[in-house]
Write a protein that binds this ligand. Structure first.
Ligand code: UDP
Ligand code: MG
Length: 316
């Protein structure tokens, strides 16, 4: 009996990827024909995250050549997290894979990922880089530190080197879509929804063309996002710090009272007083800053702004 073939949706977020996108499409098509022909259908969902170059033009050309290609174009740059969310919402496949346009997520791994879901009973397959070849050492160092810190602070496990590249069953995709928060930190969201996940490891691949969109500062802010979105430990730490300082102050007061009673009151010590005042106000500003971080995130959530705004799709 004729049975409808299952479908994989390939979701690709693109920001100024005019150089990389055609190469991506070519390579992906090669892999599809080689590994998946007659086994499973494909659709491409290219999400143009407000690119300023010809990325959208290229998507349109690919769409007119190949009906498997669909696209969503944003009204401005909303960030990769928003682009991935839009792609997941637009996807219709029984399976969805999230990929970068720069071929840093090797399409050749897809077959292995698909088999893990089809034959080994997994719901989702993630990938992680075991090396960070081609990355500035200082960036790798901070990335490692970040994973150490966040895993201590959060009950949700974040896998070091995990990429956004993954293949998921529809069920997992729907679970992700149901998380409508505005501050999206995908690595955490994927852990949060759970399901049986297999990890495939591979060596880092450098981008084929174009440039990375992540500056150190952007990554730093993204790291803070991850921490505030998945842990309230910094809030607890700041309360603890306050408590410790109260204790120290209390002990100091007792010490001064006893000393005054025993030896009288010889007034020196004002430089040390200033040091203490400066130190304590520093700590206060620091903890207020932490609280501010959470407050600002709450503020953005409460406004319930849309995660992205579409300017056009292939249906227009
Ligand atoms: N990207 C995006 N919106 C952004 C920044 C990046 O959709 O605001 C896309 C980008 O086009 C690429 C993927 O996210 O497909 C990963 O970005 P990039 O390769 O620059 O990051 P890296 O691999 O260097 O971490
Ligand atoms: Mg990249």
């Amino acid at each position: 009996m004729y049975q409808k073939m299952e479908k994989i949706s390939v979701v690709v977020s693109c920001y100024n990827e005019e150089k990389a996108l055609p190469l991506f499409y070519e390579e992906m098509e090669r892999v599809r024909k080689q590994d998946f022909d007659g086994i499973v259908d494909f659709e491409y969902i290219f999400v143009d995250d407000g690119s300023k170059d010809n990325t959208l033009q290229i998507m349109k050309e690919l769409h007119s050549k190949d009906s498997k290609v669909r696209y969503v174009s944003f009204s401005r740059n909303f960030g990769k997290e928003a682009a991935m969310y839009a792609g997941l919402e637009a996807s219709k496949g029984d399976y969805v894979t999230l990929m970068d346009a720069d071929l840093q997520d090797p399409p050749a791994l897809l077959k292995q990922m698909y088999n893990a879901i089809k034959n080994e009973g997994y719901d989702s397959v993630g990938t992680r880089r075991v090396t960070r070849k081609g990355e500035p050492p200082i960036r790798s160092f901070f990335a490692r530190m970040f994973y150490k810190i966040i895993n201590k602070m959060s009950s949700i496990e974040m896998v070091d080197g995990a990429r956004d590249y993954r293949l998921m069953k529809r069920k997992v995709v729907d679970a992700i879509i149901s998380l409508k928060e505005y501050n999206r930190y995908s690595k955490g969201l994927f852990s949060f929804v759970g399901f049986k996940t297999k990890w495939i490891e591979y060596e880092n691949v450098e981008r084929v063309a174009g440039e990375t969109k992540w500056s150190f500062w952007k990554l730093f802010k993204y790291a803070l996002e991850g921490i505030t979105a998945f842990s309230t430990t910094p809030l607890i730490l700041s309360s603890l710090l306050g408590l410790i300082f109260c204790l120290v102050a209390f002990i100091a007061i007792i010490f001064i009272i006893v000393r005054t009673l025993a030896f009288g009151d010889p007034t020196p010590g004002w430089p040390s007083t200033i040091c203490i005042v400066v130190f304590v106000s520093g700590i206060q500003l620091f903890t207020i800053g932490i609280i501010g971080q959470y407050l600002s995130k709450t503020y953005l959530e409460v406004k319930k702004r849309p995660i992205y705004i579409v300017r056009e799709t292939e249906n227009d």
